[in-house]
Structures are given as structure tokens and as C-alpha cells.
Design a protein around this ligand. Structure first.
Ligand SMILES: Nc1ncnc2c1ncn2[C@@H]1O[C@H](COP(=O)(O)OP(=O)(O)OP(=O)(O)O)[C@@H](O)[C@H]1O
Ligand SMILES: [Mg+2]
Length: 263
């Protein structure tokens, strides 16, 4: 089986984007086709992956492509009510609008609420169809960097996710957020939830995360490494600057392959 579908979530600033970028590179080095999806309204996964600025300049968030959204749904973005296609064609979008660097393809979704019954607008129809399509494809690793909670996932997408990773730091607040996310995920009947301990400095940090886990297994840890900040400043991927982070990401990728087999 060549596909693993992973959603990454957690409290703001815990290291979701850093983890997503590291995992993308680890899977790619393992010979997988990898698609990394940036669902943050202020996207930064491309930077974390060390994409050159001129490549990122070619990348446009799907939600901002007004002509495309009109063409696919029959309605202008931002319009509410009225008639538009709820299941627009999206299968050609990933190839057409992603950019690639170091074996990782990147797609930006842009700012739109994706889930929940509350949001019914043309751009959310396109994004939802797109995410569902990507998660159901069988031939690649898909990593979804969610900027908050799970409310951006619908029931269909939640079903297709092999693992939802909740990143936590060794802090009570990030663990409390993990508990909230667990509750929301339960509402979606999403069960394959794992904690990943980020910015871990020592054994005590690991214990704190283990002890504070809201009943979820800890899939693994990412060490705190100054190289993450340095990579950001130098426009490089942390994966290339920090062997300890690369090794941790490879171990997590291997664990995720196992989860996929069990799903
Ligand atoms: N393993 C790590 N070691 C050291 N610093 C880290 C590590 N992971 C993340 N950081 C730092 O923490 C900050 C937030 O990281 P990141 O952007 O990955 O988090 P995020 O959860 O995606 O944030 P947001 O909620 O804003 O999307 C950054 O300044 C980054 O340099
Ligand atoms: Mg982020």
C-alpha cells in the first residue's frame, strides 16, 4: 500500500508546520510520492520546506482563484445562497496548481472555512471536494497541515484520514488543547488519533507529555532544536540542517506506515 493520509493539528505555535515539513521530507526520502497541503490562511509550509522564493511566487491559494471557482461551481466566490455545484470537478487541480521542491509537492488551500454545515459557499465546495479527492487517492502520501482544530474536516475527510496527529509541547496548555481536539474529533467519529510531542528537551518533558495525554498514544517525539529557527532565517528546510530532527521524522514516518497497515 503506497498511500498514507495524515492530518496534523494542535494548539497555535506548537510546531505543526515544522512537523508536517519534516514528515514530508522523510516520506519523500523513503521513495514515496508526497503531497503536502497547507491549509493555513497565512501559509508558511512552503518556507518550512525550504522552497525557493521564486517557486513559492508561482503558488497561488486555491480559494483565491476566482475564475477557477466560478468555472467549477458556476458561482462567484463569496456568494452565499443561490445555486452552485456542491461536487465540482477537482481531480486536475493538484497537478496544475502544486509546486515541487526536493521531491515534495505543495498545494495551498487559502482562507476559507472548509467544514461544518455552517459554511456553504462556492470556494468551500471546491476546497472540500479537493481535500476529499486527495485523501481518497491511493497512490501517494498526503500531509495536511491544519491550522487549528478538526472543524475544517468533514465527515468524509475524517473517514479517509489514516492518522490525525495532535502536536503538543511539554506545556499544560497545549495538552488541554489536545483534549479539546480529541472531543471534536470524537464528534466526527475520528478515532485514529495520536499525540506527537514537540520541542522536547529531556526525559522530564517526555514524561510530562505521557502523563498529560488525554488518553491518547504518543506516536513519537521531535527534539527541540535551535536549527528550526536557523533554517527559517536561512530559508532552508530544518530536515537538511538538523540530523536529529531528520532521524526523529524518519522514525515517525515508519510508525505512521504501521498505522496505515492497521487502518
Ligand atoms: N522542534 C523544534 N525545535 C525548536 N523550535 C521549534 C521546533 N518546532 C517548532 N519550533 C518553533 O516554534 C515556532 C512555531 O513553529 P511552527 O510554525 O511549526 O508551529 P505551528 O504549530 O505550525 O504554528 P501556527 O499555529 O502558527 O501554524 C517556530 O518559531 C519554530 O521555529
Ligand atoms: Mg503552522
Amino acid at each position: 500500500m503506497d498511500s498514507v493520509k495524515i492530518a496534523v493539528t494542535g494548539k497555535g505555535g506548537v510546531g505543526k508546520t515544522t512537523l508536517t515539513a519534516l514528515l514530508a521530507r522523510a516520506f519523500s526520502e523513503g521513495g514515496r510520492r508526497v503531497l503536502a497541503i497547507d491549509a493555513d490562511p497565512s501559509p508558511c509550509l512552503g518556507q518550512a520546506l525550504g522552497f525557493p522564493a521564486e517557486v513559492l511566487a508561482r503558488l497561488e491559494p486555491i480559494a483565491r482563484m476566482e475564475a477557477l471557482i466560478y468555472e467549477r461551481t458556476g458561482a462567484q466566490p463569496g456568494s452565499i445562497g443561490g445555486y452552485f455545484k456542491l461536487n465540482p470537478r477537482v481531480d486536475d487541480l493538484p497537478d496544475q496548481f502544486s509546486v515541487e521542491h526536493q521531491g515534495v509537492r505543495l498545494l495551498e488551500l487559502g482562507a476559507v472555512e472548509m467544514g461544518g454545515a455552517g459554511c456553504i459557499c462556492p470556494e468551500s465546495a471546491v476546497l472540500r471536494s479537493l481535500v476529499t479527492h486527495l485523501l481518497l487517492r491511493r497512490d501517494e502520501v498526503v500531509l495536511l497541515d491544519l491550522y487549528a482544530g478538526v472543524e475544517h474536516l468533514g465527515r468524509a475527510t475524517a473517514d479517509a484520514v489514516d492518522a490525525m496527529l495532535i502536536v503538543v509541547e511539554p506545556t499544560r496548555r497545549s495538552l488541554a488543547t489536545a483534549e479539546q481536539i480529541k472531543k471534536l474529533a470524537g464528534d466526527l467519529r475520528l478515532t485514529r488519533l495520536f499525540l506527537v510531542g514537540g520541542k522536547v528537551q529531556n526525559e522530564e518533558d517526555r514524561r510530562l507529555i505521557q502523563a498529560g495525554s488525554p488518553g491518547l498514544p504518543v506516536l513519537g517525539y521531535l527534539p527541540f532544536d535551535e536549527a528550526v529557527r536557523r533554517a527559517d532565517l536561512e530559508g532552508k528546510a530544518a530536515y537538511d540542517l538538523a540530523p536529529d530532527l531528520a532521524a526523529a521524522a524518519q522514525a515517525l514516518a515508519a510508525a505512521l506506515e504501521q498505522v496505515r497497515v492497521l487502518h
